[in-house]
Design a protein around this ligand. Structure first.
Ligand code: PLP
Length: 362
């Protein structure tokens, strides 16, 4: 029997238990090959089937239209901060950024190293407590693209409806909320996400890019950094992270079993509601960082009334098996990351603990 913990880590984070059990079961003999999936050639038929199934399931679950390519890359979402402008920000064009947190800042900084990039709107002045407004009159129809971070892992805010950017391609970093709810992929020029929150272990980054953007991408950059290289080679230009893609496939199968994106969205809403209600009913014992309309269903950020109380909360929580509740150093306080694989029971247990802690310390 392994130790019982409630994993609220921000990423890498909880994986669905059935997915881990399946990996364990198949670890030494995958698909009757007599070896682990990690030991297979990435050119073998057995691995190829896994690779294609992962793409097929992602297409099905996100209803990705035919005019998009799915790429499995390495380098994390962070490499995308550079690859996007290298591929898609042409000379004489500008990329616009909606600033909703530290990850938007990092994405902007990398784009500025490559070309012209500017801020379209920002909520930095209020310590990123909300998703900034985007006025359609501020959008320049000639921009190369507009970049947003759909869920702000550190600050605990999330876009509820995406901005209408008309003909300017919308690019979204969905690292911390991809596949947590249904989305209309056709509204985006590109979506990208490191896998280690909702899709699997770290090591693979998913890119979903429209063929229009792909075809217009810059070819005067190193081969491995071109989207076209990976699209042409079906993400097998070089050795892909085969084990991470195998795990991704298993996570996607699990999401399908949960009723797909809409099924999982319902559970996610229930989980988030439990924790936000606990904060709202605490008479100020707990304070949420995000404004109500920008609250994330993936990362619930909150503070207690003093540093001392926060410390006792975190240490008592740790003793009770709650892992990963410390807030990011730039916000302080606490954060419960409740990605797809975190079960409702974990949120119920956390709610009960928060109420009990308040009763003992208020
Ligand atoms: C929204 C967001 N973007 C980007 C990143 C960076 O991702 P990676 O570590 O895969 O480069 C993270 C990591 O937590 C994130 O939450």
């Amino acid at each position: 029997m392994s130790k019982q913990v409630f994993n609220f880590n921000a990423g890498p984070s909880a994986l669905p238990k059935p997915v881990l059990e399946k990996a364990q079961e198949e670890l030494l003999n995958f698909g009757d090959s007599g070896m682990s999936v990690m030991e297979l050639s990435h050119r073998s038929k057995t691995y190829e089937a896994v690779h294609q199934e992962a793409k097929r399931l992602l297409t099905e679950l996100l209803e990705i239209p035919d005019n998009y390519e799915i790429l499995f890359l390495q380098g994390g979402a962070s490499l995308q901060f550079s690859m996007i402008p290298m591929n898609l920000l042409k000379e004489g064009k500008t990329a616009s950024f909606v600033m909703s947190g530290s990850w938007s800042e990092k994405a902007l900084k990398e784009a500025q190293l490559v070309g012209e990039a500017k801020i379209l709107s920002s909520s930095k002045d209020e310590n990123y407590r909300s998703i900034p407004e985007v006025n359609s009159s501020d959008i320049n129809a000639d921009d190369a693209y507009i970049h947003i971070t759909s869920n702000n892992t550190i600050f605990g805010t999330q876009w509820s409806t995406y901005p209408d950017t008309k003909d300017v391609p919308l690019i979204a970093d969905m690292s911390s909320d991809i596949l947590s709810r249904p989305i209309d992929v056709s509204k985006f020029g590109m979506i990208y996400a490191g896998a280690q929150k909702n899709l699997g272990p770290s090591g693979v980054t998913v890119v979903i890019i429209s063929k229009d953007l792909l075809e217009s991408a810059n070819e005067q950059i190193p081969t491995i950094l071109r989207y076209q290289t990976h699209a042409k080679a079906d993400s097998l230009y070089h050795t892909p992270p085969t084990f991470a893609i195998y795990m991704l496939r298993n996570v996607l199968q699990w999401v399908k079993d949960q009723g797909g994106a809409s099924g999982i969205a319902q559970t996610n809403a229930q989980k988030a509601q439990l924790l936000y209600a606990t904060i709202d009913e605490s008479n100020g014992f707990y304070t949420g960082h995000a404004t109500n309309e920008s609250r994330s269903h993936m990362n619930v950020t909150f503070t207690l009334q003093s540093e001392e109380l926060t410390k006792s909360f975190l240490s008592e929580a740790a003793e009770r098996g709650f892992v990963g509740l410390g807030g990011h150093r730039s916000v302080g306080g606490c954060r419960a990351s409740i990605y797809n694989a975190v079960p409702l029971e974990a949120c119920e247990a956390l709610r009960a603990f928060m109420v009990e802690f308040q009763n003992n310390h208020a």
